[in-house]
Design a protein around this ligand. Structure first.
Ligand code: HDL
Ligand code: ZN
Length: 417
């Protein structure tokens, strides 16, 4: 047999990597999507795609209308003005704009016609459950983890009424109000029958733990999660740190669940933009290292919002095996930064992290968020695996599929189990 040249081996491995990344079925471990049983809470279709808050923020940079004028419009009218401003009057080259087009194109729609009414008509023909399967198949997403908050007045009644779960939709228990607004959430818990007061007494901590236990069981939560402001500090006597220490982390240990922390969001920097008004700031990751180091029996997930925190987060993950970092969150979910974060992570962590989550709020977005991410992550992995070939190592196709599977949900499942 002729000695296969190094170039031929590199080319073969590169093809195998691309194929594995293109075909791996993803576990999307953080989204704002809902089981179709939640009805209208599961957003989908062209108008929801166009009024996604990422596009609202970009749209306002081009609009000459004031905020109220936009917010008083119907969803369709808002979609029309965003379409005109960001797609017609300016080429749709931003990541969020390109994403809408990738999604439409993947659905087989002819975007060059630029015919918004025709697009609306196409979407109107779909029944939601069938469409959900169609989109998940197209995106090659096998499981979707929701973000479920007992404090969400629209979501809670659906859980109260009970419904048959779609096994493809798992749940994460989101507890921001509990940790970041105890003054008000303590009133909610009291109203819901938990024996708590504003003062964090022994009895109140028990009440909080019963609340966490009830909702963990109700949701069959895969993990608990909170987004944290850049000011989060630990150790500390603040209520957030104390509730974390005395209720949340013991609860997670008792139930064997990871606790996901998402640092760096500065909520409402421009309230006039509503959901689009949140910003980013660098966090003190030392607080997270202190927390993780003090709780070696807990499992932690972290995705950081600030680009400036990413390198430090990678190094922290090298120090703490009970920390699993995941995804390119929100403002870092752009090709440029996905490339930077994935390169940094493979070089410092090998395969012990989760490369991406979509954070999708509209079902159809998983088509573009995963297509774009597979493209970039695939490029980084192609480089890393062909670098291996240059050393004389010969990764097999099975090993490449195994490793790619780890990065797209497999490592997360192992970390959680
Ligand atoms: O707090 C979060 O989970 C963030 O993802 C916010 O929901 C944010 O609005 C978002 O959708 N980012 O992509
Ligand atoms: Zn999110």
């Amino acid at each position: 047999m002729t000695q296969c040249s190094i170039e031929e081996k590199r080319a073969a491995v590169a093809t195998q990597v691309r194929k594995a990344v293109a075909s791996v079925e993803v576990y999307d471990i953080h989204t704002h999507l809902y089981d179709p049983a939640f009805g209208g809470l599961l957003l989908c279709g062209i108008d929801d795609l166009l009024v996604y808050h990422y596009l609202v923020a970009e749209g306002f940079r081009q609009f000459d209308m004031d905020y109220d004028t936009f917010w008083q419009m119907s969803k369709e009218e808002q979609a029309n003005v965003i379409w005109n401003a960001l797609f017609i009057e300016h080429s749709p080259i931003s990541e969020s704009c390109r994403g809408v087009l990738t999604t439409l194109n993947s659905l087989g729609l002819d975007v060059k016609k630029r015919d918004l009414p025709a697009l609306r008509q196409w979407f109107s023909q779909w029944e939601k459950r069938k469409y959900t399967s169609h989109v998940m198949d197209l995106a090659k997403v096998g499981s979707i983890c929701m973000t479920n908050s007992p404090f969400d007045p629209e979501e809670r009644p659906v859980w109260d009424a009970g419904f048959e779960r779609d096994p493809r939709f798992t749940a994460a228990l989101r507890i921001d109000p509990l940790l970041l607004d105890w003054a008000n959430s303590s009133v909610d818990l009291k109203k819901w029958g938990y024996d708590v007061t504003a003062e964090l007494s022994e009895k109140t901590i028990c009440g909080i733990r019963r609340f966490l236990s009830d909702w963990t069981k109700r949701l069959d939560a895969q993990y608990l999660m909170v987004s944290l402001p850049p000011t989060f500090g630990y150790p500390g006597s603040n209520e957030c740190a104390r509730i974390m220490e005395t209720a949340v982390l013991p609860h997670c240990r008792e139930h064997g669940l990871p606790f996901a922390m998402m640092p760096g969001v500065r909520r409402g920097v421009n309230p006039l933009l509503k959901m689009a008004g949140d910003g980013v700031a660098k966090s003190c990751l030392e607080s997270f290292a202190n927390l993780i180091s003090a709780h070696s029996d807990n499992k932690f997930l972290i995705t950081a919002l600030s680009r400036e925190n990413q390198y430090e987060l990678c190094v922290m993950a090298r120090k703490f095996r009970n920390l699993h970092i995941f995804g390119c969150w929100w403002f870092t979910n752009t090709p440029y930064l996905i490339n930077e974060l994935t390169s940094m992570r493979t070089e410092l962590l090998g395969l012990s992290f989760t490369a991406q989550h979509s954070d999708a709020r509209v079902l159809d977005q998983i088509i573009y968020k995963w297509a774009h991410s597979r493209q970039v992550i695939g490029g980084v992995l192609e480089e890393k695996f062909t670098d291996l070939v240059d050393t004389g190592w010969e990764p097999t196709e099975e090993e490449i599929k195994r490793d790619v599977g780890d990065l797209f949900g497999g490592a997360f499942r192992k970390f959680c189990s």
